[in-house]
Design a protein around this ligand. Structure first.
Ligand SMILES: Cc1cc2nc3c(=O)[nH]c(=O)nc-3n(C[C@H](O)[C@H](O)[C@H](O)COP(=O)(O)OP(=O)(O)OC[C@H]3O[C@@H](n4cnc5c(N)ncnc54)[C@H](O)[C@@H]3O)c2cc1C
Length: 393
């Protein structure tokens, strides 16, 4: 391993950690990234990136490369999972892009991760290591020190914990635990040739219903179709060990609209993702140690913003490092002062949006659908605060 003492140490090489490396390098800082897995990569299927995330990729010079893999959907459409009725839509073309300065795109997670990784590998300021699980980070008289799973002590100038929802570095700031939402996701991709002719492959489609939803969109230049099936387990309790099973999936989706039923037949039911988030915290920076991405603000995926917020973090981190140089304490403080209020709002809004789309009682559903069906597809009043990016100071 190269000498790390004059570098910023980043724990975690997910989308957040790698984007943070690019941001820090943009500010002229040398960085060392540590990933616990034996290989760099991403699990899961598709990812949606709204304009506020794509704007950061554009800033890092990656939009052209990303566009080789991405799909640019025409609309984001919400439909009733039981009647098939279109409830509302958001136009994602011309006006959206002009307004927010970047497109909305969808792509395979591994494509996004490889493009960012490729940029990191080409950057002489970024050093990357796998097979390094970072267990802890501490501030010492000689600077920051992180310890990996082999007990090796690694010195650096500052630490960014980008180690995901079960972050070890977060323990420096909070003893909180991930919150189980009782929801579970099953997801995967299938060849687009297997999708029926009447599927609107130009759109991101979200089928919604009581305690459930399904998301569908094409990825990898339109060669694959991504599907995510999400539902609240009817049997989950804090003590449950078996919950959110494929049998429960069949049960909660019984009687759903024909296209949703078809989607379920293609879902790989072998692997499930229980859905966790955490409550926002008021501080994630101490001295020369800070957090970023899911380590800082894990959220439910209902606004499709977890990865996007990690990208926004990276852009702000770059800005703050440019202003404060090697004064990491000041840079991290400024970074968190901007990022905490915004990411906390996204975390809590994601939960709230989940309540809306998963509404169960008939009155809430009727009122929601009335609002949905009356709004035009070019009404951006609900997305301005989010897709428009952080407010400019
Ligand atoms: C079903 C689902 C759908 C989603 N859809 C979207 C979407 O459409 N749009 C969107 O923007 N977001 C979406 N998200 C959220 C998004 O996936 C996350 O917010 C994003 O991956 C966070 O990136 P991260 O790098 O902060 O964390 P992670 O992706 O969790 O990456 C953390 C990395 O750190 C590594 N690591 C962990 N612990 C250690 C350690 N101790 N030492 C070293 N390395 C470590 C991990 O192996 C991993 O590589 C979705 C999430 C789910 C579950």
């Amino acid at each position: 391993m190269k000498n790390t003492e004059n570098t910023i140490l980043i724990s975690g090489a997910g989308i957040g950690g790698l984007a943070a490396a690019l941001g820090a390098a943009e500010a002229g800082q040398e960085v060392t990234v540590f990933e616990r897995a034996p290989e760099f990569g991403e699990v899961g299927a598709g990812i949606q990136l709204a304009a506020n995330g794509v704007a950061v990729l554009k800033r890092f010079g990656l939009l052209e490369r990303i566009s080789e893999f991405a799909v640019f959907p025409k609309r984001l459409v919400l439909k009733d999972a039981f009647t098939g009725e279109e409830l509302t839509a958001l136009d994602l073309e011309g006006e959206y892009q002009e307004k927010y300065g970047a497109p909305y795109l969808v792509l395979h997670r591994s494509d996004l991760h490889s493009v960012i990784l490729e940029a990191c590998k080409k950057n002489p300021l970024i050093n990357l290591y796998t097979d390094n699980e970072i267990i802890s980070a501490e501030e010492t008289a000689e600077g920051v020190v992180i310890t990996n799973q082999r007990g090796e002590k690694i010195k650096g100038k500052a630490v960014i914990g980008a180690d995901g929802i079960r972050s070890n570095i977060r323990k420096n700031f909070s003893d909180d635990e991930p919150v189980n939402s009782a929801y579970v996701a099953y997801r995967g991709t299938l060849p687009i040739s297997e999708v029926s002719d009447d599927t609107d492959v130009d759109d991101v489609i979200m089928w919604i219903g009581p305690n459930l939803h399904v998301v569908q969109y094409p990825v990898r230049r339109g060669e694959l179709y991504n599907q995510v099936v999400v539902f609240k387990s009817p049997t989950w309790t804090p003590e449950s060990t078996v919950w959110g099973t494929p049998e429960e999936l069949d049960q909660v989706f019984e009687g759903c609209y024909s296209k949703v039923e078809k989607a379920l037949t293609f879902i790989n039911k072998e692997f499930k993702w229980p859905m966790y988030d955490r409550d926002p915290i008021e501080n994630w920076t101490e001295g020369n140690i800070t957090l970023l991405g899911d380590a800082a603000h894990p959220m439910l995926q209902y606004l499709a913003q977890g990865g996007v917020q990690a990208l926004e973090d990276s852009a702000k981190l770059a800005d703050s490092l440019k202003v404060h140089g090697d004064n990491y304490e000041a840079a991290f403080k400024e970074y968190q002062d901007e990022r905490i209020p915004r990411s906390a709002k996204v975390q809590t809004t994601a939960r709230f949006w989940g309540e809306i789309i998963h509404a169960v009682d008939p009155v809430s559903i009727a009122l929601r659908n009335d609002i949905f069906t009356k709004r035009p597809a070019n009404d951006f009043s609900y997305t301005d605060w989010l897709h428009g990016g952080p407010a400019k100071k």
